[in-house]
Design a protein around this ligand. Structure first.
Ligand SMILES: O=C(O)CCC(=O)C(=O)O
Ligand SMILES: [Fe+2]
Length: 287
């Protein structure tokens, strides 16, 4: 699929899948580096549904793999296609889901929209019109989820509601743990990456396989929005120093730095507004 194909699917469905995003060597390297970490993390909170390592760039042994993954131009190119040149890191983590009892097979983790979503802004308002799907607009945030095992009935698939980034699908609290009539299970192989729109309704599924279920999550948001990860990490200082030296503005923006972006944005608006004015017919101008 070309980036245009991905963009078309993304606009329509609220997500797109990049197959074989990570090679099997990379998937194995990640798993081997993380298994020992998670076997220490799980016993600390035995009842927690998952454990996390965050910020990944602050982790001593995982930082080199994390840096390569975060700066992958395929992800950054696509993020810029969907958000424009405003891509900032919010948080980069790995989640590991422990092996759970068979009775939890197929159970919905919890339906939700990810951070910065606005679909539910007027939930509960009594409308005098019927809400119909709104026009697509660029996301304020995107989740780049890379799964490190096949995603099937045992490992617990990612379930999504295609189109829910635009159609105001609402799941009442009492149904957040129930299957949804429009849900689709994503059939993924190890190393496949799912790139989501922050308004997409989705849920994980409990892991009853014989291995830890992992995903890497790079959550990006529009520059200037509040971010969870600290950018005051030695790995990030190193990336930023290099980016300054090479005048790599995209990489600087990833960590919230770009003194000129607002000015460039405003210049683009000004030419757009001028173009619109120029297109008004003589009748419109006379009015
Ligand atoms: O468990 C999954 O596969 C998805 C997790 C998720 O939606 C999240 O971390 O926001
Ligand atoms: Fe999520």
């Amino acid at each position: 699929m070309t980036l245009d194909d991905h963009l078309e699917a993304y606009k329509r469905d609220g997500f797109t899948v990049f197959r074989e995003y990570l090679s099997s060597d990379r998937v194995q390297a990640w798993r081997e580096a993380m298994d020992p970490e998670f076997s220490l993390l799980f016993p600390k909170k035995p009842d927690a549904p998952r454990a996390k390592i965050v910020p990944l760039l602050g982790h001593q042994s995982l930082a080199p793999l994390a840096r390569e993954h975060l700066l992958d131009s395929r992800m950054l190119d696509f993020a810029e296609r969907v958000m424009g040149p405003f891509v900032q890191l919010d948080s980069f983590e790995v989640s590991g889901f422990p092996i759970r009892e068979h009775a939890l097979k197929g159970r919905v983790d919890r339906w939700h929209r990810d951070a910065f979503n606005v679909s539910q802004t007027w939930a509960g308002y009594s409308f005098e019109y019927k809400q119909t799907p709104r026009p697509y607009t660029p996301p304020l945030a995107c989740n780049c989820l890379t799964y490190l095992q096949p995603m099937n009935e045992e490992t617990g698939p990612l379930r999504v509601i295609p189109g829910s980034h635009l159609d105001y699908t609402h799941i009442p609290q009492e149904n957040e743990f129930e299957p949804h009539p429009r849900e689709v299970f994503l059939d993924l192989e190890p190393g496949d990456m799912v790139f989501t729109h922050h308004e997409l309704l989705h849920s994980g599924t409990w892991n009853i396989s014989n291995q830890i279920r992992y995903f890497l999550s790079i959550y990006v948001c529009r520059i200037g929005l509040p971010h969870r990860d600290s950018f005051n990490l030695s790995e990030i200082h190193d990336i930023v120093t290099h980016a300054r030296r090479t005048n790599d503005l995209r990489t600087l923006r990833l960590f919230g730095e770009d003194p000129d972006f607002l000015q460039r944005d405003e210049a683009a608006w000004a030419s757009w507004v001028a173009e619109d004015r120029g297109q008004i017919s003589s009748e419109g101008k006379a009015a």
